[in-house]
Design a protein around this ligand. Structure first.
Ligand code: ADP
Length: 666
C-alpha cells in the first residue's frame, strides 16, 4: 500500500472523513516519508489531522508539544474516542500518575503523547525519551518560539535542544496559524527543521460569514443582547477590549436571562478554568472575554464570534474570529466598530511604552509598524469590497473564483456600480458570505468634495488635523483657526453647502484609499498620501458608497429568527463545496431531527463526562439529520463517523433516527 492510500485509509477509519482538506495530504505524506514539515494553516483548517494521521501509521510514538495544558485532557479524550490511543503528562498529575503514563507509553499502548514544552527539560522525561522509539515530534502553536509573534514563550526555545539530545532524530512537524515570513523563518531556525516542506494553505474560510457593523458605543450592548437572544441555542464568544467590559457585558446578558460567563486574565486561575469548562461543555453558551481567551481552544461548534471593539490588527482579528466554525458549518463573525474605537486604538499606540528596553528610535519603529497593522484593521471596517477578499488579500493571497469573487478590474467595477442604488446581490461578484456583498450600496459622487479636501490640505501646508480642515472648508470663523489666517485661503468656505459628517466621511475614505495619510503624533495631522496627485488630474472621479444593510440588519436589532436561519443557511454546504452557488436550506423536519440528535449528544456527553462536541461535531449531526442513517453502512457514510464512533454511539443515534422516521410517518 502506498503512503497515500494508507493516509486516506486512516483518515476514513479513525476520523470518518472521505478526503483531505487542502494542504493536509502533502503534509501527511511528507511526515510519513520522514521529511520535516512546516504547516501554516488558519485556525480551523485542520492542523491536528496532519500529525494525528501519521501518528496512527508510524511505527514509533508521536510526541505532541502544546503550550496549553488545560486543553490536553480534551484533546486526548477526543483521540481515544476516535480509537487512536493518546495520553498526556503534565503538572496536573501526581508524580505517580506521570510514571504510570510513561510506563504505558513504553509498553507500546499509546500512539500520541501530549506534553508541555517545560516537560522536555526534566531529567526524567529526557531519560524516558532516550529509551523510547519516537517517530514524530509535532510542535503545535509553533510561532511561540518567535519573539516577533505576540505569544512568545521562552520554554519553546528548549525544544531544539531536546530534539538534539535524542539518540535518533525523529521527523519534526511544526504547525502554526501565524502567517508572517519573519515568524516562519524563526520557527525553522530555532526548532532546527531540516529542509522542511513548507505548506501554506489558503486563508479563506468560506463557511464564515463576515459582518461589519458600525454602531455607536452606547448601542453595542443592546445589539449583542439581541443577537444572543436570537441565537439562544448557539455557542458564541464575545471579545471585549477590557476586563471591566467583559464583566459588565456578561452581567448585562445574565440579567436579561441569557447565561454568559466572563473570562479575563485578572480572574483567579480556578475561576477562569471553571469559566472555560462551562463554555466548552456547553453548560453556558456564551463567553465574554478579553483576548486572553482562546489560544488553542478547539471547541468546534462555536457558531458566532462578536467583537465588541475593533482589535489592533487583522492578524489578531482573524485569529480570534477564526475560532468560529471550526467544524466547517456556517458561522458568523461580527465586528462592531465606530470612529471613537479608532481614536482610542490610536491613542493607546502613542502612549504604549511597554518595551522600555528599546531605544527611542526603536520604539518609533515598533510604533510605526503597529500603526500600519492598525491601518489594515481600519481598512477592513471601512471597505465596501468583499470582506473575504479583503482578508485573503491582506494575507497575500488573491481569492480564486470559487465565488466568482475575482477582481474584474476597475473598469468593470465602475460599470457595475455606477447606477445609484445598484444591488451588489445582483452582480456576479457576490461571495454570499459577507455583509458587504449582501448589502445594497448607494453610490454617491463626491469628486468635488474630495478635490476640495485635497486642495485644503495643500493650503494649510499639511499642518493640521481633520477637524480644522473641515472647519476651513465650511468657512468657520472659529478662534482656534485664526493663526492660520484661513480667510486668505482659496478653499475657505468652498464646501459651505456640504454637511460636516459628509466631509468627514470622504476624508476618512480618502485616507483609507491612499489619497491622504493621517500622520500620528500627539495630534493626528492630515497629510498627502501616495495617490494624492491623482486628485488634481482632470479626469479624477471619486465615489463613496453608503451601505444599506439588508440581511445583516436582520441579524441585529429587530431581527426575527426564521429569517435569520434562512440567511445563515444560505452559506452552508454550498459555500464549502466551491463553485456551485445553490442555496441549501434545511427543511423543518431536518431541523427537528437535528435538535433531537443534539439532545441525545448532550445526554451521552453528560454520561461520559466529556464535552458534547467530542461525541460528534455539529457538522456530523447535521449530516446525520440529512442522511437519516438506520444501517451501519449508512451511519459510516455520515461525515465525521469512523468505525470506532459507530461502535461507541451508532446504535443510540440510529434508534433516535428510526423513531423519528416512524413518528413522521404516522
Ligand atoms: P486547527 O488545529 O487547524 O485549528 P483542527 O485540527 O482543530 O483545526 O480542525 C478543525 C476541525 O476540522 C475539526 O473538527 C476537525 O475534525 C475537522 N477536520 C480536519 N480535517 C478534516 C477533513 N479532512 N475533513 C473534514 N473535517 C476535517
Amino acid at each position: 500500500m502506498t503512503s497515500q492510500q494508507a493516509a486516506l485509509g486512516a483518515l476514513k477509519r479513525y476520523f470518518g472523513y472521505d478526503s483531505f482538506r487542502p494542504g493536509q495530504q502533502g503534509i501527511v505524506e511528507s511526515l510519513l516519508e520522514g521529511q520535516d514539515v512546516l504547516g501554516v494553516m488558519p485556525t480551523g483548517a485542520g492542523k491536528s489531522v496532519c500529525y494525528q494521521v501519521p501518528a496512527a501509521l508510524l511505527p514509533g510514538i508521536t510526541i505532541v508539544i502544546s503550550p496549553l495544558i488545560s486543553l490536553m485532557r480534551d484533546q486526548v479524550d477526543a483521540l481515544n474516542d476516535l480509537g487512536l490511543t493518546a495520553a498526556f503528562v503534565n503538572t496536573t498529575q501526581t508524580p505517580d500518575e506521570q510514571s504510570m503514563v510513561l510506563a504505558q507509553v513504553t509498553a507500546g499502548q499509546v500512539r500520541l503523547l501530549y506534553v508541555a514544552p517545560e516537560r522536555l527539560e526534566t531529567g526524567r522525561f529526557r531519560d524516558f525519551a532516550a529509551r523510547t522509539p519516537i517517530s514524530l515530534i509535532a510542535v503545535d502553536e509553533a510561532h511561540c518560539v518567535s519573539q516577533w509573534g505576540q505569544d512568545f514563550r521562552s520554554s519553546y526555545l528548549g525544544i531544539g535542544d531536546f530534539i538534539a539530545s535524542l539518540p535518533t532524530r525523529p521527523t519534526i512537524g511544526a504547525f502554526t496559524a501565524t502567517a508572517t515570513e519573519r515568524v516562519r523563518q524563526d520557527i525553522i531556525t530555532i526548532l532546527g527543521l531540516r529542509d522542511p516542506a513548507v505548506t501554506v494553505t489558503g486563508f479563506d474560510r468560506p463557511n464564515l460569514y463576515f459582518d461589519v457593523v458600525k454602531l455607536e458605543s452606547k448601542y453595542k450592548a443592546a445589539w449583542i443582547a439581541r443577537y444572543v437572544a436570537d441565537h439562544e441555542d448557539e455557542s458564541g464568544i464575545i471579545y471585549c477590549a477590557t476586563r471591566k467590559e467583559t464583566e459588565a457585558l456578561a452581567a448585562t446578558l445574565n440579567q436579561m436571562g441569557h447565561p454568559a460567563v466572563a473570562y479575563h486574565g485578572g480572574m483567579s486561575p480556578e475561576v477562569r478554568e471553571q469559566a472555560q469548562r462551562d463554555f466548552i461543555t456547553d453548560r453556558v453558551p456564551v463567553v465574554v472575554a478579553t483576548n486572553a481567551f482562546g489560544m488553542g481552544i478547539d471547541k468546534s461548534n462555536v457558531r458566532f464570534v462578536i467583537h465588541h471593539n475593533m482589535p489592533e490588527s487583522i492578524e489578531a482579528y482573524y485569529q480570534e474570529a477564526g475560532r468560529a466554525g471550526r467544524d466547517g458549518e456556517p458561522s458568523r463573525c461580527t465586528l462592531l466598530w465606530n470612529e471613537s474605537d479608532i481614536v482610542t486604538r490610536r491613542r493607546l499606540l502613542d502612549t504604549d511604552y511597554e518595551n522600555e528596553r528599546l531605544t527611542p528610535e526603536e520604539q518609533e519603529i515598533v510604533r510605526q509598524s503597529k500603526r500600519r497593522l492598525l491601518d489594515g484593521m481600519v481598512g477592513y471596517c471601512r471597505t465596501t469590497d468583499c470582506l473575504h477578499r479583503y482578508m485573503t488579500r491582506y494575507f497575500g493571497q488573491e481569492l480564486e473564483d470559487s465565488f466568482d469573487r475575482v477582481d474584474r478590474g476597475d473598469a468593470d467595477r465602475d460599470n457595475a456600480d455606477r447606477h445609484t442604488g445598484s444591488e451588489h446581490g445582483a452582480t456576479p461578484r457576490k461571495c454570499g458570505a459577507c455583509s458587504n456583498c449582501e448589502s445594497t450600496f448607494e453610490t454617491i459622487d463626491v469628486t468635488r468634495v474630495a478635490r476640495a479636501i485635497s486642495r485644503c490640505v495643500h493650503d494649510v501646508n499639511q499642518r493640521v488635523g481633520s477637524g480644522k480642515i473641515v472647519k476651513i472648508l465650511r468657512g468657520s470663523k472659529a478662534q482656534d483657526l485664526a493663526w492660520l489666517n484661513p480667510e486668505q485661503m482659496p478653499t475657505f468656505g468652498m464646501l459651505k453647502d456640504v454637511n460636516e459628517a459628509r466631509i468627514r466621511d470622504v476624508l476618512s475614505q480618502m485616507a483609507t484609499d491612499g489619497f491622504l495619510f493621517i500622520a500620528e503624533g500627539r495630534l493626528p495631522i492630515v497629510m498627502f498620501g501616495k495617490r494624492a496627485a491623482e486628485t488634481a488630474a482632470a479626469d479624477f472621479h471619486y465615489e463613496i458608497k453608503r451601505v444599506e444593510r439588508r440581511r445583516a440588519q436582520a441579524d441585529g436589532v429587530g431581527s426575527n429568527r426564521s429569517r435569520l436561519r434562512g440567511g445563515v443557511s444560505a452559506i452552508s454546504d454550498d459555500a464549502l463545496a466551491g463553485p456551485a452557488l445553490g442555496v441549501y436550506v434545511p427543511d423543518d423536519d431536518e431541523e427537528m431531527l437535528f435538535q433531537k440528535l443534539r439532545d441525545l449528544r448532550r445526554t451521552i456527553a453528560q454520561e461520559i463526562g466529556k464535552p458534547p462536541y467530542i461525541v460528534f461535531s455539529d457538522k456530523t449531526l447535521r449530516d446525520m439529520a440529512r442522511i437519516r442513517p438506520v444501517t451501519d453502512a449508512q451511519f459510516l457514510a455520515v461525515n465525521g463517523v469512523g468505525q470506532h464512533k459507530l461502535d461507541l454511539y451508532g446504535q443510540r443515534f440510529m434508534q433516535t433516527v428510526a423513531s423519528f422516521n416512524a413518528g413522521n410517518m404516522q
